[in-house]
Design a protein around this ligand. Structure first.
Ligand code: SF4
Ligand code: SF4
Length: 331
């Protein structure tokens, strides 16, 4: 089993492009915050223009189309074709499984690298309690349709207090689905999770006891598993992706963030105005990236300090890694 941390590098960029915030579901932990991200749907000309803003480095940029539910956009297929023309390094569509507008009839498996399905429970009951009635079936159906058409599929499981008990059932479930990658996410205090004040987050002990073990079991089926590092060991060095990586989270109101945890606040690094990328006024998230604190991630300390613990002398027992730092396990 090969286990490694995904190293931050400026030579590899990620563009998380939210082309709309509209969605047919209303998941308990949805991180979309329309006050901060806008409620508009970008038209196809704007999507093309914004993709072109990032095209200089397209050859080294992984592009992820997101929403809301991106397949609700009737012109998603045209956005994919434009991304393909611009030669982005990889193209991924994240979906809740409903695959609106017959998207898989309009693009081929050669147009995108992955179709990524969100599932938050091994059973219909748990998943549908979190994501909405019928959504489990839709994901299963969607994966089947996609596999029949030779699309490569991945799955995203957002771990919370509501579904961690079912994570151990996932290795058996996914081994027959034909997916190639499995992402475990940690629920953040963002969007609709914010008012819950961290109540859905799992403790450090539960996280460390459960996640690496399940990840290995899933990887044993030949599926690549990625999960956030979260807690750094004493010998590991903290790095903020805002300083050492090249990530952009673009929202339909034109805000461009570099840190996903900042997305609930008007702290974005850039804005797109009249199809031009401009620096956002200071103070913004860039001012936080250079701050050094013993707890590691500054944003974590500010918005979710409940995952920190201190020794008798008042020193943090562990640093919190950048939320973008992932462990990767493969067979
Ligand atoms: S499917 Fe995604 S965008 Fe839609 S409500 Fe759920 S988390 Fe939010
Ligand atoms: S999550 Fe923390 S460490 Fe990572 S980019 Fe944001 S502020 Fe930096």
């Amino acid at each position: 089993m090969l286990k490694q941390a995904l190293v931050f590098t400026k030579d590899s960029s990620n563009l998380f492009f939210h082309i709309l915030t509209k969605c047919n579901l209303s998941c308990t932990h949805c991180y979309i915050n329309k006050d901060q991200h806008g409620a508009n749907t970008l038209d196809i000309d704007t999507i093309k223009a914004w993709l072109n803003l990032f095209s200089k480095k397209a050859f080294q940029t992984n592009l992820i189309f997101l929403g809301g539910e991106p397949t609700l956009h009737p012109d998603l297929f045209l956005a994919v074709k434009e991304a393909k023309r611009l030669e982005f390094k990889s193209i991924i569509i994240d979906t809740n499984g409903y695959l609106f507008h017959n998207i898989l009839e309009k693009i081929s498996c050669d147009d995108i690298d992955f179709l990524s399905f969100s599932l938050d429970g091994a059973t219909k009951q748990t998943n549908d309690t979190i994501r909405g009635k019928g959504s489990y079936e839709k994901v299963m159906e969607g994966i089947q349709i996609a596999r029949d058409k030779k699309f490569s599929c991945s799955m995203i499981y957002t771990v919370s207090d509501m579904n961690i008990h079912e994570l151990e059932l996932m290795p058996d479930l996914v081994k027959t689905l034909g997916i190639q990658r499995f992402f475990i996410q940690v629920i953040g205090m963002r969007g609709s999770s914010l008012p819950l004040n961290g109540k859905l987050q799992v403790s450090k002990d539960v996280w460390l006891k459960t996640i690496p073990k399940v990840a290995e079991k899933i990887a044993a089926h030949g599926i690549v598993v990625l999960y956030p590092k979260v807690f750094l060991n004493k010998n590991e060095i903290f790095q903020c992706a805002g300083n050492v990586a090249d990530n952009y989270f673009v929202f339909p109101n034109g805000r461009v963030y570099q840190c996903p945890i900042c997305e609930d606040f008007p702290l974005h690094s850039y804005e797109i105005r009249q199809n031009t990328l401009v620096a956002a006024p200071r103070i913004n998230e860039k001012d936080l990236f250079s701050l050094t604190i013993p707890e590691g991630c500054v944003m974590n300390k500010m918005i979710q300090p409940q995952n920190l613990s201190y020794d008798k002398k008042g020193f943090p027992e562990h640093q919190i890694a950048c939320c973008m730092l992932k462990e990767v396990i493969s067979k």
